[in-house]
Structure formats: C-alpha cells, structure tokens
Design a protein. Structure first.
Length: 191
C-alpha cells in the first residue's frame, strides 16, 4: 500500500487569521504531499516498502528517514489544530506542565524561545520522556523524538515554509499566533 496524504480535519481556511488558507494550501497541499510522493518513490524495492512510518522513523536513515519523518511530523502538526476554544490544558496535563515549567505561561515562553532559537529548519516539541517527565526539545530538519523513545505531545514546525507567506521572516510572530490554533483537548488525549 503506498503512503497517502491524510485528510485535514478542518477546512483550509479554519485557522484564519492565524494561519491563512494560502499557507495551508502550500504547506499541506504542496509540501506535505511532496514528502508522501518522495517516500513512495524511495521505498520501492526496499525493506521499508510495507513498513509503518513509526518503524521507518526508528530504523531508517537518509532520504527515507527524512521523508517519512516529515510526513509523520506534518500530520501530527496539522492534527494539533482546531478552531475550538480549548486554548489551555486542564487536569493532569495542566498539573504536569505547571510542576515542570512553573506555569502554563512560563511553559509557553520557554517553548517560544526554543522555536525562536532553533537555527535553520526544524521542529520544537513538547515530549513525554521515557521516564514520564515532560521536556521541550529542538530537533533539526526532520528530527522526531520517537527515535529517542519519547512520546510527542505537541510540535511547532519552524521551517520557513510554515510561516513565510503569513509572517515573512518574523518567526516569533508566527509562534505567538500558533497558540491561538492549538487545541489542548487533542494534546490531553496524547498525554
Ligand atoms: Fe512544514
């Protein structure tokens, strides 16, 4: 079975004005689709032809890893958003964030700083580590915490293609807007 582009769980304009339909059309419709097409070409005739994305992320290197991880990361990123009002965590996740980072506001500040200081292209993650603790991590390029045994809870794509149409070079403005579309109900289910 070839890999396929998952359907977006909302309309392309649902995240406006924070993430525009134009950005979704390019980011999801062109970039995400290209990683799917690339991977399908690369795995033909390899041991990864019928593997899951998670298996490829844990075991592969080079182009196969890069394209599989980019598919997984983008699906996970796009599925974090909704137009709901769930803009802060509750329950056990809220408690864990407060005890780890001091407060939800302090967590957001540290996450935004990690996004701003990641040099070049990559992803910032909120991860449940193998020992159950929470951490904010930076991964360059297609990096994914699954490779190190972590459970991803939240990610922000800081490749320029994620924000350039809406925010040009102002990555911190994009990250501030990002908080207005994150659905913490979805992250609580992952936790
Ligand atoms: Fe991206």
């Amino acid at each position: 079975m070839p890999f396929e582009l998952p359907k977006l769980p909302y309309a392309p304009n649902a995240l406006e004005p924070y993430i525009s339909k134009q950005t979704i059309d390019f980011h999801y419709g062109k970039h995400h689709q290209a990683y799917v097409n690339n991977l399908n070409g690369l795995v033909k005739g390899t041991k990864f032809e019928n593997a899951s994305l998670e298996q490829i992320i844990k075991e592969a290197d080079g182009g196969i890893f890069n394209n599989a991880a980019q598919i997984w990361n983008h699906t996970f990123y796009f599925e974090t958003f909704s137009s709901s009002d769930m803009r802060s965590p509750s329950g056990k996740l809220s408690d864990a964030i407060s005890s780890t980072f001091g407060s939800f506001a302090a967590f957001k500040e540290q996450f935004a700083k990690s996004a701003a200081t990641l040099f070049g292209s990559g992803w910032v993650w909120l991860v449940k580590m193998p020992d159950g603790s929470l951490a904010i991590t930076q991964e360059p390029n297609a990096g994914n915490p699954l490779r190190k045994g972590g459970i991803p809870l939240l990610t922000c794509d800081v490749w320029e293609h994620a924000y350039y149409l809406d925010y040009q070079n102002k990555r911190p403005d994009y990250v501030q807007a990002f908080w207005n579309v994150v659905d913490w109900g979805i992250i609580e289910k992952r936790f």
